[in-house]
Design a protein around this ligand. Structure first.
Ligand code: SF4
Length: 197
C-alpha cells in the first residue's frame, strides 16, 4: 500500500494494528497522513513502549512520518476522581493533544484510529473530536472504519505487529482475562529494559 501525497491529515494512532485499515482508506481518499502517538493511557510504560514500537514498524513499512510524545501516566489515571468517567477523560486528553499539534503544525484535518475499534465508544469519540475541531479551527474526520477492523488485525498479523489484549489503562488490564500472562510479559520486558540501562 502506497500513500498518495495530496492532503495532509494528522492521524492520532493508538497502536499499529488499529492504524492498518484507516491508513488503507486514507490512501484511497488521497490523504497524506502523519501518524501521531500520544497515549498516556497505555500503561505501564513497558506496554506503552511495545505499542509504540509496533506503530514505528508500520510507519517504516509504509514510509510515513511518525511523531511520538509523552509516556505512560498511570498515576494520573489512579487519581481520577470519577472512574465512571475515565474513558471520556482519556479520549479528550489524547484528542486535545492531537488537535493542538495539528493546529500548531498546520494540518487542516485530524482523526483517530480509535474509530476503527468496535470496542471503543464511537459516539463519545466523535462528539469530543467535533467539539475540539470547532475549538481549534480544524476538521475532524469522523470516519466509521469499524467494518475493516478484522481485516486490519489480519494485516497486522501478516506484518508481524504486536497485537494487544487490553484497552490500555491499568483498570482495563485488571479487567482482562489475560491479565496474569500480560503482567508476566511486562515483568520480562521491564527486566529487559533495566538490563539495558
Ligand atoms: S478503558 Fe481504554 S478508553 Fe477507557 S480509560 Fe482505559 S484506556 Fe482509556
Amino acid at each position: 500500500m502506497k500513500i498518495k501525497k495530496t492532503e495532509g491529515i494528522l492521524l492520532h494512532c493508538c497502536c499499529g494494528p488499529c492504524a492498518e485499515y484507516p491508513l488503507q482508506q486514507l490512501s484511497a481518499e488521497n490523504y497524506q497522513p502523519t501518524l501521531y502517538y500520544f497515549n498516556p493511557n497505555i500503561q505501564p510504560q513497558a506496554e506503552w513502549q511495545r505499542r509504540y514500537e509496533s506503530l514505528a514498524k508500520l510507519s517504516d513499512l509504509l514510509d510515513l512520518s511518525l511523531v511520538a510524545t509523552g509516556a505512560a501516566a498511570t498515576e494520573q489515571w489512579l487519581s481520577l476522581p470519577d472512574q465512571a468517567e475515565r474513558c471520556r477523560f482519556c479520549y479528550r486528553l489524547r484528542l486535545e493533544e492531537a488537535a493542538r499539534y495539528a493546529q500548531a503544525n498546520r494540518f487542516p484535518v485530524f482523526s483517530t484510529t480509535l474509530l476503527v475499534s468496535p470496542y471503543q465508544k464511537r459516539e463519545m469519540i466523535v462528539e469530543i473530536g467535533q467539539e475540539l475541531a470547532d475549538s481549534y479551527g480544524l476538521k475532524f474526520l469522523a470516519a466509521d472504519w469499524r467494518p475493516g477492523f478484522r481485516a486490519g488485525q489480519q494485516w497486522a498479523r501478516e506484518h508481524g505487529l504486536y497485537r494487544q489484549r487490553y484497552c490500555g489503562c491499568i483498570f482495563s488490564l485488571e479487567e482482562s482475562s489475560f491479565k496474569e500472562r500480560i503482567k508476566a510479559e511486562h515483568a520480562r520486558l521491564e527486566q529487559g529494559i533495566s538490563d539495558r540501562t
